[in-house]
Ligand binder design. Structure first.
Ligand code: FES
Ligand code: FES
Length: 923
């Protein structure tokens, strides 16, 4: 029973009363009552630190602090610190300059905690920073830039003025959306809602597979004051089915009679916030009849297994295939061969922002404001669900507090749309952390069997790969994974004979979907370890083996594509050589004097095609010259923290020939901005960047024409309300405020579309799947405790061929963040269905887990990329895990075939090796 009390405390320097249940979470009161949404909520359980505020000057998790505890106390949130603290001011500037905020959802918690530290110690050591901030999780940055930002906050630095430079490509320009993030002002999915919004809660299946039927729903509503409505499949006005691939769309908004995974939605309840907060879902009138579930691909493919979807025989969603040369014969005749099987589990995206948003009906249209990576796909699916034209749907993406692929799929949006459509009243919804983990997509678990052969002197002859992916109950991005993996399974090497067969298999588990790399990280773990085994068997240095076999400009890939130029993988490997040699000497020296601990060094390479596989994926950018002398850029691309807003604007600025700070960024809104596609597949820099470059060139041309065909090499200078053209000591001024406006409201508008030139693959997967590939190679150094099985990664060196480094700070951020996720994949992350639905059981890397990362940027310009640039977002994660696993083998002589390499698995492998050695010596 709720008892309301009036509590008085100092909030950001001002005494405030609030009437609330004293047991209410302080985080909730700050956000809901005071609308101080700079305090973020990632878990409501004390695990993530996003909700950190200062209580009497000390950092506390406001989600674990009852508001009754702050009576007469002093509470400071990021908003208060931003308004009053000089320490905070220096810190937030340092965060911007160091690129320490990516998606920004953890940033308020980091800044608040670090402010308290710097108030106590003005010049903390790295380890003091890591200790102080250790309770705040970040899924994007890999932590190292945060450490540097805090360490340097109180040190004099040159002011960051790069945004005013005439040439911006290649500059470390501070991210254009950074200011809002470091001041706690960015609006994420849960941060804004209309005052009259009802709250929506979904009723979900507690069983992996079950039949169900509803009781008396009208009576349930009657018995619960404050509950306004219940929605089920019968209330879906259009088609109760959606999915990212039109041909495999299969997921219902609400299940009908049968659920196929634990957590599947069957109904949604809309009501007042207090009624929904107090709702005991066990009183909801639904009866379940649990059915046997198919929990593994093996069970799902057994001959007598029932089908999850009648039209998919064998429970196979889709198969992928690439065949090049004659791998069978080549492997049979190869002087040296190796084979192995590698397994990976489900991996949770674990972004700090749970899914959230609100919807409202406006006449015969629906508007949804939510976090998403794919506003235009969402618009299409919502139109289908509501049975209306796409023009009747408006999607307004908020800032995204981490996505990594999962926010490509819809989450809250269909429920919000159906409820708001019927109620004619706004409805909001925020997933709890357990709900987010239970019901949203995961990285596909994989089982990959592979075999490779080489000549006696180490030239790769052939590879054969068989990949099985657990795709869960519905298709999501399963088709993309099954198709992308065979193309990439050879790695960035010359493999003249190759076969890769893959399949995505349905099971009664939450759908697996997109996660940074679309299956390529899993296949690279297999292939890069296999090549290490092959190099060892041949007797070659493992890095030299990779250099020998690396693709070059004129060697055909396994799909028969010849890139012609811009293949930088060899340069990536060669750039690692100095550190490789030194690190191996250092490890050997260490190992000579240690028996319980061993050090090792490992390397791995990767390649990754940017954009959709052999499918159109155009982006359109529109820019307009305004009367105030500034350029508006309509950015339909969603920046999920990787920095696309900034990078695309830099490209556009150089194409026009003006500094970045003359641009006004107009973020995505499907009513206003042209379609830039989804933020995935490392495509925004390449695809939207190209559209921005073309639009910029068009605008430049139009400006020169408007002024009487001025020479192409003229300098354009935009000032307040005026424009100046300089050419060979001739100058011309125009006053912009007097010029007429076009239909877009600009003096001049330029719009351009770019679609990567790819070609369909034939039945053997031969063709041109991607116009641009990114390449990379990582080197891992680590230490293994042979008694405990624990691994400490000491250093990562990451070389990436980015074509052209548009913004080195942002690229380094992607590399460090990707490496952190790769480290997590190698050593600690595995989601077990039905367990680990919080951030204390599902572990992601923290400050203490991440070693220093040295980034090496290689610029083998792509002829197709804007200024030669390639994507790097997904590339950064791919080689880390295999490099770590190869280093583990180098250190301890054991391979872990089933990830993650947790201490128990490592210790078991070490023991097995010791026992085998003892058995041999006794035998
Ligand atoms: S929201 Fe409080 S610690 Fe995560
Ligand atoms: S920047 Fe830290 S979670 Fe995204």
């Amino acid at each position: 029973m709720e008892t309301l009390t009036t509590i008085s405390f100092s909030l950001n320097g001002k005494t405030v009363p609030v009437t609330a249940d004293p047991r209410a979470r302080l985080s909730h009161v700050l956000r809901e009552e005071f609308r101080l949404t700079g305090t973020k909520v990632g878990c409501d359980a004390g695990d993530c630190g996003a909700c950190t505020v200062l209580l009497n000057g000390k950092p506390v998790c406001s989600c674990l602090t009852a508001v009754g505890q702050v009576q007469d106390a002093e509470v400071q949130t990021i908003e208060g610190l931003a308004a009053s603290s000089q320490t905070f001011d220096r810190l937030q500037k340092s965060f911007l300059e160091h690129g320490a905020a990516q998606c920004g959802i953890c940033t308020p918690g980091m800044l608040v905690t670090a402010t308290a530290l710097l108030e106590e110690r003005s010049d903390p050591t790295d380890s003091e920073i890591m200790d102080a901030l250790g309770g705040v999780l970040c899924r994007c940055t890999g932590y190292r830039k945060i450490i540097r930002a805090v360490a340097n906050a109180n040190k004099a630095r040159p002011a960051a003025t790069a945004a005013r430079r005439a040439v911006s490509v290649g500059q470390r320009i501070v991210r254009l959306d950074g200011q809002r993030k470091v001041l706690g002002q960015d609006i994420y999915g849960a941060d804004q809602w209309p005052d009259d919004a009802l709250v929506l809660r979904v009723i979900r299946s507690p069983h992996s597979h079950a039949e169900f039927s509803f009781g008396d729903l009208a009576r349930f509503i009657e018995q619960h004051p404050g509950i306004h409505a219940v929605f089920t499949a019968r209330d879906v006005p259009g088609k109760n089915c959606y999915g990212v691939h039109p041909r495999t769309a299969d997921q219902p908004v609400f299940a009908e009679r049968l659920t196929r995974f634990r957590g599947e939605a069957v109904a949604a309840v809309a009501g007042d916030a207090s009624a929904i907060g107090a709702l005991d879902v066990s009183t909801f009138p639904v009866s379940w009849r649990p059915l046997p579930s198919l929990d593994t691909p093996a069970a799902a493919q057994s001959p007598d297994a029932p089908l999850l979807h009648d039209h998919r025989p064998g429970n196979i969603l889709v198969r992928g295939r690439v065949l090049h040369g004659d791998p069978e014969t080549a492997l049979n005749n190869a002087p040296v061969t190796v084979s192995a099987e590698f397994e990976t589990g489900f991996i949770e995206h674990a972004y700090i922002e749970p899914e959230a948003g609100f919807a409202r009906r406006v006449g015969d249209r629906i508007e949804i404001q939510s976090c998403t990576q794919s506003p235009y796909l969402t618009r299409k699916d919502i139109a289908t669900i509501l049975g209306i034209d796409e023009s009747g749907v408006r999607i307004i993406p908020t800032a995204v507090g981490g996505g990594f692929g999962s926010k490509l799929d819809m989450s809250v949006q269909p429920f919000l749309a159906v409820a708001a459509w019927h109620l004619g009243r706004p409805v909001k919804m925020v997933y709890s952390r357990p709900e987010s983990i239970r019901c949203t997509t995961k990285r596909h678990p994989s089982k990959i069997r592979c075999r490779a052969g080489a000549t006696a002197d180490g030239k790769l002859l052939a590879m054969d790969l068989d990949g099985e992916f657990n795709t869960g109950a519905y298709s999501s991005w399963g088709p993309t994974v099954a198709v992308r993996v065979p193309i990439h399974g050879s790695g960035p090497y010359k493999v003249p004979n190759y076969r890769a067969l893959t399949r995505a298999v349905h099971t009664h588990i939450v759908p697996a979907g997109a996660f940074r790399g679309f299956g390529v990280p899993q296949s690279t773990i297999a292939q890069e370890q296999l090549y290490d085994m092959l190099a060892e068997k041949v007797g070659m240095d493992k890095l030299e083996f990779r250099i020998l076999n690396a693709l070059d400009d004129n060697s055909p890939t396994v799909t028969g594509q010849v890139l012609g130029s811009g293949v930088g993988i060899r340069a990536c490997f060669e750039s690692l050589l100095p550190r490789w040699n030194t690190a191996r000497e250092e490890a050997a020296g260490f190992n000579e004097s240690n028996t319980c601990k061993r050090r090792g060094v490992g390397a791995a390479g990767m390649w990754y095609g940017c954009g959709n596989t052999s499918l159109p994926n155009p982006s359109t950018i529109r820019i307009g010259l305004q009367r105030n002398g500034r350029i508006a850029i309509h950015m339909g691309a969603v920046d999920i923290g990787q920095g696309s807003f900034t990078v695309i604007t830099q490209i556009c600025a150089d194409a026009v020939g003006v500094p970045v700070d003359r641009f006004d960024l107009l973020p995505a809104d499907t009513d206003v901005s042209p379609d830039c596609g989804k933020t995935s597949a490392s495509r925004q820099t390449f695809v939207s960047g190209n559209a921005a470059m073309l639009a910029g060139k068009k605008l430049r041309e139009a400006i020169l024409q408007m002024n009487g065909a001025w020479p192409e090499d003229s300098q354009i200078v935009l000032g307040d309300g005026k424009i100046q053209l300089d050419s060979h000591s001739t100058r011309r001024h125009s006053i912009l405020s007097e010029l007429p406006l076009d239909e877009h409201g600009y003096i001049l508008t330029a719009e351009a579309t770019y679609n990567p030139p790819t070609e369909p693959l034939d039945g053997n997967g031969q063709g041109i799947p991607y116009a641009v590939y990114g390449f990379g190679a990582h080197l891992a150094e680590l230490e293994v405790d042979l008694e405990l099985g624990t691994i400490k990664v000491l250093k990562l060196t990451a070389a990436h061929d980015v074509g052209r480094s548009i913004n080195p700070t942002l690229i380094e951020g992607q590399i460090e963040g990707g490496a952190a996720q790769g480290l997590g994949m190698a050593l600690m992350e595995e989601w077990i269905p039905g367990r680990g639905e919080n951030l204390h059981d599902y572990l992601i890397p923290t400050f203490g887990d991440m070693p220093p990362v040295e980034s090496i940027l290689i610029e083998s310009a792509s002829p197709e990329g804007p200024f030669g640039a390639k994507g790097v977002g997904e590339q950064a994660l791919i080689p880390t895990a295999p490099a770590i696993l190869n280093a583990l083998y180098d250190a301890a002589g054991v391979r872990i075939y089933k990830l993650p390499a947790t201490p128990d698995r490592v210790r078991a492998a070490i023991l097995a090796k010791q026992q085998a050695a003892e058995g041999k010596s006794h035998g």
